[in-house]
Design a protein around this ligand. Structure first.
Ligand SMILES: Cc1cc2nc3c(=O)[nH]c(=O)nc-3n(C[C@H](O)[C@H](O)[C@H](O)COP(=O)(O)OP(=O)(O)OC[C@H]3O[C@@H](n4cnc5c(N)ncnc54)[C@H](O)[C@@H]3O)c2cc1C
Length: 416
């Protein structure tokens, strides 16, 4: 007896949106192909720990094939999506493969945005991928080595001057942790410099750090950063970045390590579709997350621009997971001939870590900061890590770091 063909769902991106969409289709009568240019799912919220040598790369990533090994209707495909023929319903991959689809789900996320100054990218790397994190780790650790080696005091100061541009959650956690490295982790390890004299500066062009939080928590975050040794500068944008430093207003500051945590731009894949986009390049989707005029193509996660109650749905992991699940449910409803419902984001609250024993938490008006918030943040992040092994390793690493102030992954690799 011949089997009836089932619809083919092609999902691009095995991040939070794509992986959650794939899993939500596990009992659906569909064939799923999950395409990702990397072979792993990455827990981006802990990337800064890899960048600051607290965790190793495999602690926060897990192979997609392994995660999905028990889901029989999924084929994982390593490859980069490069073209979409929407009329013929074909997705093209960089290796020349062409995947025919009945439904296409784009969840390729976001990348860094330099506000039109792409030349700054080489001097001020951003943090989105594991490669970025390893590059940043190398630059931070090498800066201390170069400072130790030089006899020129001006050059030494430049190597010991660190700047993080952008006072959102990523900038805050990077700056806080770098201050901890300088003040505690490296103490007594160098003979010609005192790492504790390093200047760690967080620069935010707006009036306050963590602007998505209530003002009281922004102020608490600033106080906690300053207590950790971070110099916080608000209200002035960085106007230039070069190999030698950055310009803040008119003043040039010599600095060999500038990190970028300021702008976000949607994955370039969105440009392949004829669809309305917002200023960051995100696709403005219909209420059910399909592309206007193309109801077999969906966009979810950081690549989707969704307005709810007059405000944008934030680019966070929870929203991406919820969108991925919603798209899967919509596809199931379409196949079964059931009506589809609009997407609605459920906001469970907002957390940000600042550094050792410092964090802020806003659970719909229930707000707290400091040590308790840090424990809450820690528990939430370990809980949501994929894989039992990863949870155990991160827990052990953190317990060790908590008592010893040490960071286990302080290895400088030969290449970026
Ligand atoms: C440093 C950092 C810290 C963060 N911290 C938090 C936090 O604490 N809490 C929180 O809720 N959110 C946090 N976020 C945001 C959260 O990680 C994102 O909102 C979420 O990852 C978006 O999920 P996504 O599935 O849309 O994209 P992603 O998770 O970025 O996944 C996109 C996937 O698409 C793949 N891909 C891209 N282009 C192609 C292509 N052309 N072909 C094939 N595959 C492709 C990528 O390899 C990747 O696997 C953080 C983000 C960063 C960068």
């Amino acid at each position: 007896m011949q089997r009836m063909p089932v619809p083919h769902v092609v999902i691009v991106g095995g991040g939070f949106a794509g992986l959650w969409a794939t899993r939500a289709l596990r009992r659906a009568a569909v064939r799923v192909t999950l395409v990702d240019r990397r072979n792993y799912h990455l827990f981006q919220p802990l990337l800064y720990q890899v960048a600051t040598a607290g965790l190793s790369a495999p602690d926060i990533a897990a192979p997609l094939r392994h995660i999905l090994r028990r889901q029989r209707n999924v084929d994982v495909r390593l490859g980069e999506a490069v073209s979409i023929d929407a009329a013929s319903r074909i997705l093209g991959l960089a290796d020349g493969a062409r995947l025919e689809y009945d439904y296409l789900v784009l969840t390729s996320g976001a990348t860094h945005g330099y506000f039109g100054h792409d030349a700054w990218a080489q001097y001020a790397p951003g943090l989105k991928t594991l490669d970025d994190a390893l590059l940043i780790r190398r630059r931070i650790l090498l800066a201390f080595e170069r400072a130790e080696a030089t006899t020129d005091p001006v050059e030494r100061d430049a190597w010991l001057s660190f700047a993080v541009v952008g006072g959102g959650p990523t900038g805050v956690e990077l700056a806080g942790t770098m201050a901890e490295i300088a003040r505690h982790t490296l103490r007594r390890e160098f003979r010609h410099i005192d790492p504790a004299t390093a200047r760690v500066r967080l620069i935010e062009s707006g009036p306050r750090v963590l602007s998505s939080f209530p003002e009281s928590l922004s102020a608490a975050a600033r106080r906690q950063l300053e207590r950790l040794g971070v110099e916080v500068t608000t209200g002035t944008p960085v106007s230039d970045v070069t190999a030698d430093g950055y310009r803040l207003g008119e003043a040039f500051v010599a600095s060999r390590t500038v990190l970028w945590a300021a702008g976000v731009a949607a994955s370039p894949l969105g440009r392949l579709l004829e669809a309305p986009r917002d200023r960051a390049g995100r696709i403005q989707v219909s209420p059910d997350l399909s592309v206007p005029g193309r109801e077999e193509i969906f966009v979810a996660g950081d690549l989707a621009s969704v307005q709810q109650d007059g405000r944008p749905v934030p680019g966070v992991a929870t929203a991406a997971k919820q969108m991925g699940t919603h798209v899967a449910n919509t596809i199931r409803a379409r196949i079964a001939g059931r009506p589809v419902s609009p997407f609605r984001y459920r906001d469970y609250g907002n957390l940000a870590t600042i550094g050792r024993m410092a964090a802020v938490v806003d659970l719909h008006g229930f707000r707290f900061s400091g040590l308790l918030a840090w424990w809450f943040w820690l528990a939430a992040h370990i809980f949501f890590l994929i894989g039992f092994r990863n949870r155990m390793i991160v827990l052990i690493d953190w317990a060790w770091a908590y008592f010893s102030y040490q960071r286990n992954a302080r290895i400088i690799l030969d290449r970026d």
